[in-house]
Ligand binder design. Sequence first.
Ligand SMILES: Cc1cc2nc3c(=O)[nH]c(=O)nc-3n(C[C@H](O)[C@H](O)[C@H](O)COP(=O)(O)OP(=O)(O)OC[C@H]3O[C@@H](n4cnc5c(N)ncnc54)[C@H](O)[C@@H]3O)c2cc1C
Length: 320
Amino acid sequence: MKILIIAEHKNGQLSETTRELFGLLLGQAEVHAVAAGENLEPLAGPLGQLGAAKVHLIGSPALASYTGESLGQALGQFIPQLAPVAVLAAHTPQGKDLAPRLAAALDAALATDCIQVSFNDGQVTVRRPVYAGKATAEVEFTDDSLKVITVRPRTVKAPELDAARSAEVIPVAVELPEQKTVLKEIIASDNARPDVTEAAIIVTGGRSLGSAENFSVIENFADSIGAAVGSSRAAVDAGYRPYRDQVGQTGKVVSPQVYIACGVSGAIQHLAGMRTSKYIVAINTDPEAPIFQVADYGIVGDLFEVVPLLAEAAKNRNGS
Ligand SMILES: Cc1cc2nc3c(=O)[nH]c(=O)nc-3n(C[C@H](O)[C@H](O)[C@H](O)COP(=O)(O)OP(=O)(O)OC[C@H]3O[C@@H](n4cnc5c(N)ncnc54)[C@H](O)[C@@H]3O)c2cc1C
């Protein structure tokens, strides 16, 4: 059974979310990976060491920066030639944009934001959260058409690189038609902290912070433990944080090792974005706050007292 992993990369480095895809139990599958863009050769080594038997490189200046249109067309030409059983992409902004385009173009079945993928005897089954994460659905594919699957970041641990492994590298040529969209400029964010979708630890603040300035309490704590800063929608709507930090149904879906919710009530729409976190810690003055129902550890208290103490303890522990 052939499985194709779409590799995301930046500045010559594979993204962590791509590495994680190799951590799915791919069983007896013949694992292929595809990367597109320019100067792709450095990616072949790690892709092979992660477990790809063959690495397909679509080198083209037109694919140097991601647009759904260009990469969709390139992969739309390449995938039928390879004819895999399933295509795996991470459920990142790129994966979310690309997967439906591919499924539509290739008349494939689509399952997005999966938290489990099983390959057994040629059968592919996935599990994905539904009803804002209150339940999970097992999805079976009913025919043998191509399956396009996106996997929620941090669902699986990336395997260690195995230096003894290497992949066959296969250059792929595609012909791209004139594009309807052109990427003119990428304006990098000035945020030095990790993005919430990539961080292993997230410290999130809610409406209770009361102002943008007060979020420094959350930022100090986050910096003391190398965490990203998240926000509830109420705090974003109040102008305390930028939208990019919003976690939840209409924000980002995250699944970190540790999620620390400070002064966040735990509304269903917020839980939809973080309830698959491995450990949830809640700090809230209200012992009845719904967030405590999903929390592994809870502190009933004022965040303005508790959070600085945690930051101080973390700094003492780090010796800084
Ligand atoms: C269609 C739709 C989509 C939505 N999408 C999202 C989404 O993506 N993400 C999201 O977050 N919300 C979303 N919401 C909004 C959601 O319903 C809640 O309104 C929001 O999550 C509440 O944010 P909050 O917990 O910060 O504020 P609140 O609900 O006001 O809660 C504040 C909490 O802080 C506690 N508190 C107060 N003072 C302190 C203190 N000093 N120390 C400790 N605790 C304190 C309070 O006890 C309370 O529990 C959506 C709503 C709708 C209708």
